[in-house]
Design a protein around this ligand. Structure first.
Ligand code: NAP
Ligand code: ZN
Ligand code: ZN
Length: 349
């Protein structure tokens, strides 16, 4: 075991502070990574504040991790010291079930999350990337393409894959009209990725100050979701709406905007004490509309997404912060004041 500096919360109502965690010794299949950058996902905030239930103490979040390989175990073939690598939301899975065989480890009931999980190797809690270093089995480490800066690659490891995966699953491409609800970390990646895939993209935002940004990000149209007339103008028209809002809200308002066979895909995961206002059953019957959800993505698709972003020059809009600025960044996330992903400069920890 080695002691590693980190940032975490000792109680759900406490601010994040400097803490020390333990990382396991390097096993034969393990890669030891010195973390240079970690993106800040709204899931990190839901987790440390106990909005999804129990938290560990300390709760050390962060699943948009980029760093440099420091050392590899004797059996490691995929990476060597000095490689630039990433770690996303998963650090292991059962490797025996159907979904693991298909490379869709996000659906494996035995997967290990990067934080708030239990290490198969040690039985100890997993701690995320708000830390100096991490040890991860080689099959759950991603290769960062040369064309991507580390600070841009980090947010792709959750915000990127979580939006890329449903866009691919629903075969988004030219001729399709795609809506994106909530212009935050996930939402702004959904806009860039859906545009790169050739779709017509419409952003729904509660923030008038983000209208110009949405256009600059590539959106073809922007709707202020509190304006009923602007909403009504899009009735029956979307093939797919990606909903990346972090709080519970009215889903009927978006379901009626779907065309026949259209899908409203929920990505946002509000606090468990909140509940969406679900669509009317007749809204779903008439038009055979679907409301679906999608969780992160598997390792194979995450690597595909990184390579896609490097090839198409897709990168997030980021604001770099120091570790000590994390509590102020969380307050801005709660207010929706985000343009459009905070990335922690871990080298300064
Ligand atoms: P974020 O950067 O904070 O963005 C969320 C956006 O939602 C805000 O910028 C705001 O956009 C909108 N919003 C916030 N509160 C709202 C409210 N009360 N009513 C309407 N709109 C509101 O968050 P994120 O990191 O993108 O994450 C978004 C959600 O996805 C979180 O719940 C997170 O936990 C979840 N998530 C899920 C997965 C998955 O696997 N499915 C993966 C990662 C994250 P506007 O200002 O444009 O309205
Ligand atoms: Zn995330
Ligand atoms: Zn499995």
């Amino acid at each position: 075991m080695s002691q590693v500096s980190a940032y975490g919360a000792v109680r759900p109502d406490a601010p994040l502070q400097a803490v020390t965690i333990e990382r396991r010794d390097l096993g034969a299949d393990d890669v030891a990574i010195d973390i240079t950058h970690c993106g800040v996902c709204h899931s990190d905030l839901h987790y440390v504040r106990g909005e999804w239930g129990e938290t560990a103490s300390p709760a050390v979040p962060g699943h948009e991790i980029v760093g440099i390989v420091r050392a590899v175990g004797a059996g490691v073939t995929k990476y060597k010291a000095g490689d630039r690598v990433g770690v996303g939301c998963l650090v292991d899975s059962c490797r025996a079930c159907d979904t693991c065989a298909e490379g869709e480890e996000q659906f494996c009931s035995g997967h290990t999350q990067t934080y708030n999980g239990v290490e198969k190797q040690t039985g100890l809690p997993t701690y995320g990337g708000y830390s100096k270093a991490i040890v991860v089995t080689q099959d759950f480490v991603l290769r960062i393409p040369d064309g991507l800066k580390s600070e841009h690659a980090a947010p792709l490891l959750c915000a990127g894959i979580t939006t890329y995966s449903p866009l691919r699953h629903w075969n988004v491409g030219p001729g399709q009209k795609v809506g994106v609800v909530g212009l935050g970390g996930l939402g702004h990646m959904a806009v860039k990725l859906a545009k790169a895939m050739g779709a017509h993209v419409v952003v729904f935002t509660t923030s008038p100050v983000k209208v110009a940004d949405a256009k600059a990000l590539g959106a073809d149209e922007v709707v202020l979701s509190k304006d009923a007339a602007q909403m009504a103008a899009h009735t029956n028209s979307f093939h797919l709406i990606i909903n990346a809002v972090s709080a519970a809200h009215d889903l009927e308002a978006y379901t009626v905007l779907l065309r026949r066979n259209g899908t409203l895909c929920l990505l946002g995961a509000p606090p468990i004490t909140e509940s969406h206002a679900w669509p009317q059953v007749f809204t779903m019957l008439m038009g055979r509309r679907s409301v679906a959800g999608s969780p992160i993505g598997g390792i194979r698709e995450t690597q595909e997404m990184l390579d896609f972003c490097a090839e198409k020059n897709v990168a997030p809009e980021i604001e770099m912060i120091a570790p000590a600025e994390i509590n102020a960044a969380y307050e801005r996330l709660v207010k929706g004041d985000i343009r459009y992903r905070f990335v922690i400069d871990m080298a300064t920890l």
